[in-house]
Design a protein around this ligand. Structure first.
Ligand code: AHR
Length: 526
């Protein structure tokens, strides 16, 4: 014990009371002045974070389906019924809840009957959108629904409106889901599948304002009403019907669709990609500096504005929020990796992508009263992929680890969070330094996911948890000293999560030091 403290022990009780009061006051004032504070209202949860927000999208594009999932039964790569097992295991680990297929733009020129029956007899087609390569149709309806079964996830099929008929769409649903006697159900049995599948999600076209037929919203709204009529519920299967929605700030599309067809849909899709540099001058995925880092995160944060604004229009026609917003394509889009086919959209994935995923998932969580599903584009070897493959090699990306860390939010109760934080300033521009969401799972554990978008400064945050007495806390972190860090087949573990300990519990509060350019998830036990 120091002399100073011993001397302090001699002072009178009243003097001590004054000292404690002054110290307490000073502490309270400094806490009030703390620039970074979050308040979690643990007793005010109202909405569940639908697990489908953690969904994915895979198209017949480049090496996503072929090589990514499908290697064929005779491959030396370990597979079940032709589907590689390393990717199935990796996706099961993050509890993939739903998978959207076969496109994308590919969906509106895909004719499902070309992809059933013995493989040798399946006709080929030209994949006109993605490099005009020949599609051999070896991966079709049976293979996709088998993949979903292996993954333990729901299937989301996008139907062909742009170049397909109403009958074709009607028969696809009958083929897949009818368990009685009918021409389509009999054809399915002939092709080896006795029982009907469960098919939960069906999209009536994709980007029909663009690659899916260049339609005006008024025209598509009528077409949607017609096509969806024949998307039937058979044999106890109940289909959640998804209409094609807008891209980015095309609010007129949402207005017309909700007005003319809102009552006939369960979900309305929405697409938005983060394209730093713009469509004509895209960034490199791995060679960038702070300017591109800042631009990418700023563009990604726009997702919040789009959800609010499209959501406001939806509220006008659907105040009870019956229609789900289905963000069925999102993610980063850069230049392809040097030396690869430009139409195959193969890009690397760095810590920057992980932060994009982390902040976007926080946005979706915080809007879970309207956002029912989201599907990151495109799972394997295409755009913001979770997994990269090269022959028998496979590596997971920093984005994969965000889905792994955030899986705790699936189906948990969203907890409202008030955030007060510093700005991350770059040149004459700025964005908030922190992105946060919180939820409580069925076992009562609270999870807080927090990103520090600033690549230069750590952020000290005072986290106040209201409504519960907090107990043991643990944490995980994804970060790296190099903002361009990524995993490759040579160094597959350069970016991976670690244990996070930089927090301190104080009364019912937590002081957290969030390192620069990091995503953390805290688990708080009651
Ligand atoms: O994900 C790549 C493409 O982006 C999809 O095919 C299309 O729907 C969107 O424009």
């Amino acid at each position: 014990m120091t002399k100073k403290v011993r001397a302090g022990m001699c002072v009178t009780a009243s003097f001590m009371a004054v000292v404690f009061f002054i110290i307490g006051l000073a502490q309270t004032q400094s806490e009030q002045q703390a620039e970074n504070r979050i308040t979690i209202h643990a007793d005010k949860g109202q909405h569940r974070i639908n697990k489908y927000i953690y969904g994915h999208f895979s198209e017949h594009l480049g090496r996503c389906i072929y090589e990514g999932y499908w290697v064929g039964k005779d491959s030396s790569i370990k597979n079940m019924h032709g589907i590689r097992q390393d990717v199935v295991d990796a996706l099961k680990k993050i509890r993939i809840p739903v998978l959207r297929w076969p496109g994308g733009c590919f969906a509106d020129e895909y004719h499902w009957k070309d992809g059933i029956g013995p493989k040798e007899g399946r006709p080929t087609m030209v994949n006109t959108h993605w490099g005009k390569v020949t599609e051999n149709n070896h991966f079709g309806t049976h293979e996709f629904l088998d993949l979903c079964k292996q993954l333990g996830c729901e299937a989301y099929i996008s139907g062909n409106v742009g170049s397909g008929t109403v009958r074709e769409m009607q028969e696809w649903v009958e083929y897949s889901t009818f368990d009685g006697k009918s021409p389509m159900a009999d054809l399915r049995r002939k092709n080896g599948q006795e029982s009907a599948w469960k098919l939960r999600f069906f999209g009536v076209g994709n980007e029909n304002w663009g690659c899916g037929g260049n339609m005006r919203p008024e025209y598509y709204a009528d077409i949607y009403r017609q096509y969806q009529t024949y998307v039937r519920n058979f044999s106890g299967n109940r289909i959640y019907k998804i209409a094609c929605g807008a891209y980015s700030d095309n609010y007129r599309w949402t207005e017309v669709l909700m007005k003319e067809a809102g009552s006939r849909m369960n979900g309305l899709s929405f697409h938005y990609y983060t394209v730093p540099g713009g469509w004509g001058n895209k960034n490199s995925a791995t060679e960038f500096g702070e300017a591109e880092w800042f631009e990418t995160l700023k563009l990604s944060l726009r997702m919040d504005e789009f959800i609010r604004k499209h959501g406001t229009i939806m509220d006008k026609y659907d105040p009870k929020k019956r229609v789900g917003m289905i963000v069925d394509e999102w993610g980063t889009w850069y230049q392809v990796e040097p030396g690869t086919n430009p139409s195959f959209l193969y890009q690397q994935n760095t810590l920057r992508d992980a932060l994009v995923a982390a902040l976007t998932l926080n946005i979706f969580n915080n809007h879970c009263d309207r956002v029912y599903m989201a599907n990151l584009a495109q799972t394997i070897n295409v755009l913001q992929a979770l997994i990269l493959t090269q022959h028998e090699k496979m590596t997971v990306t920093p984005t994969y680890y965000v889905f792994d860390l955030y899986k705790v939010h699936q189906d948990a109760m969203l907890l409202p969070v008030d955030i007060q934080c510093d700005r991350y300033r770059y040149k004459d521009d700025e964005i908030p330094s922190l992105s946060v969401s919180a939820s409580q799972d069925r076992a009562g554990k609270i999870h807080v996911s927090m990103c520090n978008l600033d690549p230069n400064n750590s952020v000290e945050v005072l986290c106040d948890v209201r409504g519960v007495q907090i107990g043991k806390i643990s944490g995980k972190i994804l970060t790296h000293s190099d903002m361009t860090a990524h995993n490759s087949f040579e160094s597959p573990e350069r970016v991976k999560p670690g244990i996070f300990r930089n927090f301190q519990k104080k009364d019912n509060r937590i002081i957290i030091v969030v390192p620069s350019k990091s995503a953390i998830v805290l688990e708080i036990n009651k």
